[in-house]
Ligand binder design. Structure first.
Ligand SMILES: Nc1ncnc2c1ncn2[C@@H]1O[C@H](COP(=O)(O)OP(=O)(O)OP(=O)(O)O)[C@@H](O)[C@H]1O
Ligand SMILES: [Mg+2]
Length: 238
């Protein structure tokens, strides 16, 4: 068995007549951080959704550890080791930060000290007793990440965690994601902040209107004419 964790091939998703993902295919290995970039509406979140199980691909294959998971509901994919954060963080607003992590941790029967470790990693130990609804949006994003981590994922999908964070906060997140990858977790990181991605990825996938335009190092992507055209919304035609 190769070290492949996730494999998408020929993935297609459409809403009515609107084709949102068209022939998307790539692989992710354990311990790897893959960036997923593209203009607004290019299909990044939809890609995360078809991997996490919030949506089912209409065609193509989504394989995890060699098994086609496209028909599995989200909770079974979570149990298999796939979890994600949301572009708009999803936390239980009336529960404390600690309780939010504890609820997710139940599936894995984590100990109290493991829960504390997660809260420390996401830098929320000091506010663990506060209800999540009273935390800042940035703290809620970190808590959403902590909730996902408490399920002990093998593959973690991170949807725009960096937006709105200051450089110090971004640094904390970058170090944390690198640490998770070193521990063997694979990550797909959707992000518009290219400096941040450059710091944590060796490979990015660029989507443009639901198609894969590029796969490779971020530095090379920025020299690719198709990628540049997609980002500036222009064509090369006169
Ligand atoms: N549930 C849905 N029903 C209908 N259309 C949808 C649905 N979800 C997404 N879309 C459309 O699919 C396209 C891709 O959306 P998606 O959210 O994947 O883009 P994105 O790359 O994540 O964009 P952003 O950078 O703005 O988050 C958009 O045109 C969007 O309007
Ligand atoms: Mg999105």
């Amino acid at each position: 068995m190769s070290s492949e964790l996730l494999r998408l091939s020929g993935v297609r998703k459409q809403f009515g007549a609107h084709v949102v993902l068209n022939d998307v295919g790539f692989r992710v290995a354990p311990g790897e951080i893959v960036g997923l970039v593209g203009p607004n509406g290019s299909g990044k979140t939809t890609t995360i959704n078809v991997i996490s199980g919030l949506l089912q691909a209409d065609a193509g294959r989504v394989e995890f550890l060699g098994r086609d998971i496209n028909r599995l509901p989200m909770f079974k994919r979570a149990r298999a080791g796939i979890n994600r954060t949301f572009q708009v963080p999803k936390v239980f607003r009336d529960m404390t930060a600690l309780e939010n992590v504890e609820v997710a941790a139940r599936t894995q029967r984590l100990s109290d000290s493991q829960v504390q470790d997660i809260l420390r990693d996401i830098d929320l130990l000091a506010v663990a007793g506060r209800v999540a609804g009273s935390l800042t949006v940035n703290q809620q994003k970190l808590l959403d990440l902590g909730r996902a981590l408490a399920t002990r994922p093998k593959l973690l999908l991170v949807d725009e965690i960096g937006a709105g964070l200051n450089p110090a906060e971004l640094g904390v997140i970058a170090e944390l994601l690198l640490k998770l990858a070193r521990s063997g977790i694979a990550l797909i990181v959707v992000e518009h902040l290219l400096d941040f991605l450059n710091r944590i990825t060796e490979r990015v996938i660029v989507l443009g209107a639901g198609r894969m335009l590029f796969e490779g190092p971020l530095q090379a992507a920025s020299r690719d004419p198709e990628v540049v055209a997609a980002f500036i919304g222009a064509t090369t035609e006169p």
